[in-house]
Design a protein around this ligand. Structure first.
Ligand code: GTP
Ligand code: MG
Length: 383
């Protein structure tokens, strides 16, 4: 992982680090999450239930709701008819739309099955799943970039700008990402360019302490562009391999957001004309189709080179990943599967699709949730 930066692995890390906390301590440290909300009472409530949660999550467990929401229902449609026909194809299409894969993607997927039927093939459950899996994997692999295949820089640090609307998980993701990168032996510096509220800076600083990496921050009321300028300078001077910049998400007004991001980009370029090398958008998987609009808007403001989808755990809308890839062709780099420090996983198309169709888990869900509607409909047909 991050082999692109490993040439510098042996270099002594020059940025000061904050250490002394092992992972066991970190898991118990919930206080970071209180910085997300301005409301103290809300944040204290959140603090009880956050970062300490299990570190053993993976994409498979994170997708359980999506799997139950749609994919286990495939079996119910086939419980009425052994092979697909035009009527059940329409039903499947509606199910796909309900899993948030998007209307265009749903119709693409269904058309694949329709073509097979036109060729005279009988499309039973097994064949249908194979068709959908193959097509989905194709869509999810279309960018040709998987996981974290960043380009190595010879002219200084790899500068990674993290953008996204309020509350999607930017700062948390940066903390988790910093741990992955640091664990790979790559020197890293964080930059708190969300100067919109003081707590945002503190939140990033706490992540810096947890992971043991330095955070560049500005004076009170410093402009993000100024903080970023200092951070790039420091990353260059200290020969740090990778600089990750946290930005504000609360600027809902598109004009403000655009001018802030432009200011940040210009500021980075003054030091390093080739940077930022990566601009990754963080989106909350639970927001469904709205996430697609966010991706489109941000992509207009500053061309995105990657997307991180957070909060896949606990949402039935995991299909949004397919919609984003199909409509924007921006590679999904990582997925967030929980609030813990290890709950960020490199995205893999095949792993994602396999997890969606995990037979064993889907069967359990299907057995448990055997829809009363499907049973009633079957009885009606029989009568
Ligand atoms: N369940 C779950 N929660 C997550 C995930 N990623 C982030 N969160 C939670 O989402 C909340 C918001 O996270 P932040 O990192 O503060 O979000 P942000 O985008 O930086 O927010 P702003 O700075 O206000 O724009 C926190 O409570 C996080 O713990 C994830 O993958 N799964
Ligand atoms: Mg933040």
């Amino acid at each position: 992982m991050f082999g692109f930066l490993k040439a510098k692995k042996d270099r002594k890390e020059k940025t000061p680090t904050v250490s002394g906390q092992d992972d066991a301590t970190l898991k118990k440290d919930d206080s970071i999450n209180k910085f997300h909300d301005k409301s103290e009472s809300r944040s204290e409530l959140k603090a009880d239930t956050t970062a300490a949660k299990g570190d053993d999550k993976n994409i498979n467990s994170a997708l359980s709701k999506t799997r139950q929401g749609f994919f286990s229902r495939i079996g119910q449609v086939f419980s009425l008819k052994k092979n697909l026909d035009e009527e059940s194809l329409t039903e499947m299409e509606a199910l796909l739309v309900s899993a948030d894969v998007g209307i265009k993607t749903a119709s693409d997927l269904i058309n694949e099955a329709r073509e097979e039927i036109k060729k005279g093939r009988e499309v039973n459950e097994e064949i249908f799943k194979e068709i959908i899996k193959k097509k989905m994997t194709e869509i999810l692999s279309q960018s040709g970039i998987s996981g974290n295949s960043l380009k190595r820089r010879d002219d200084g640090p790899t500068v990674l700008l993290i953008v996204g609307v309020n509350g999607v998980g930017k700062t948390t993701t940066i903390g988790k990402l910093a741990k992955i990168i640091k664990d790979d032996g790559i020197s890293i510096l964080l930059c708190a360019a969300d100067t919109f509220r003081a707590a945002a800076v503190e939140q990033l600083e706490m992540w810096g302490q947890r992971v043991g990496v330095s955070v560049v921050k500005g004076a009170v009321d410093a402009k993000p562009a100024t903080v970023v300028y200092d951070a790039v300078k420091r990353a260059q001077e200290s020969e740090t391999d990778c600089l990750i910049i946290d930005t504000a998400g609360r600027l809902h007004n598109k004009v403000n957001l655009m001018s802030e991001l432009e200011g940040i980009r210009n500021s980075i370029k003054r030091h390093m004309p080739s940077a930022p090398h990566e601009v990754w958008l963080v989106i909350d998987g639970a927001t469904g189709q709205n996430a697609l609009n966010q991706a489109k808007q941000f992509n207009e403001i500053c061309p995105l080179t990657g997307i991180i989808v957070t909060k896949l755990d606990g949402t039935p809308k995991g299909g949004i990943i397919v919609a984003i890839q199909r409509e924007l062709n921006i590679p999904i780099r990582y997925v967030g599967v929980g609030e813990g420090i290890s709950d960020l996983k490199p995205f893999s198309a095949s792993e994602f699709v396999d997890a969606l169709f995990d037979e064993d888990r889907a069967m359990i869900a299907s057995d448990l949730k055997l829809s009363a509607n499907a049973t009633i409909r079957r009885q009606r047909r029989e009568n």
